[in-house]
Design a protein around this ligand. Structure first.
Ligand code: C5P
Length: 220
């Protein structure tokens, strides 16, 4: 059975020891994917930002805080990964500087300089081999569902993914979600509204099927 690498949760980008930038991701979808992959018989490495969730039993979890730490942990795990699910809501930016300790409160306005974080999934997908890469796209900007799919398709191409799961922003922290999956061959699959565990099990089976096809095609 293949080894599955999953990124999950938000990242925290510290300004100082106690203050940080983050987002509303709970990690639920990533943890559900990790649990489903383990239940399907895969070895699973879960690289997770800070969440309140307990890692599923049988899964190797690597706890990280920032995007840079998440990237480093994923790079270490990539060599043995066959399928990569990028489910983490990685902060797009981080403060340029991190101050030591907790600087005292100061009432004066100040501006914060932010620098872009690396795109973890795109960076991992540059070393593709036979791996199957699955990304998630949560897009509150798109005007309608078809614009959302178009943007997700461009994202799939830009990041070098095999599959992209399109969610809308109501999925953040929600129990149930309806997703559409796009593949690199131009197909769409719409899943009914269901809980994240059912969606996760379905996505794992789809990624496993893609991986098996790739391995079969590669064998003489
Ligand atoms: O570009 P956008 O943030 O919409 O892409 C979302 C997908 O890319 C998700 O699969 C997410 O885990 C991944 N991603 C990443 N590193 C980033 C930003 C997004 O791995 N810095």
């Amino acid at each position: 059975m293949p080894t599955v690498l999953v990124t999950a949760g938000p990242t925290r980008e510290h300004l100082d020891e106690v203050r940080f930038l983050t987002n509303a991701s709970t990690g639920r979808m990533g943890y559900a994917i990790a649990a489903a992959a383990h239940a399907a018989g895969c070895e699973v490495v879960l690289v997770t930002g800070p969440t309140h969730l307990t890692p599923p039993a049988g899964v190797t979890d690597v706890q990280v805080v920032s995007a840079l730490e998440m990237l480093a942990a994923c790079e270490r795990a990539l060599a043995r990964a066959d399928i990569v699910f990028g489910v983490a809501a990685v902060a797009d930016h981080r403060p340029r500087a991190r101050h030591a300790g907790k600087p005292a409160k100061n009432d004066a306005p100040y501006s914060l300089e932010l620098v872009p974080n690396p795109d973890i999934l795109a960076s991992l997908a540059r070393v593709k081999g036979r791996r199957v890469f699955v990304g998630f796209s949560l897009d509150a900007q798109a005007a309608d569902a078809s614009a959302q799919r178009e943007r997700a398709r461009r994202k799939l191409e830009r990041k070098g993914l095999d599959l992209i799961v399109v969610n809308d922003s109501s999925a953040l922290g929600a129990e149930r979600s309806a997703v559409t999956v796009l593949d690199a061959g131009g197909h769409d699959y719409a899943l009914p509204p269901q809980d994240k565990e059912a969606t996760a099990a379905w996505l794992v089976q789809l990624a496993l099927a893609r991986w098996r096809t790739r391995v079969d095609e590669a064998s003489p």
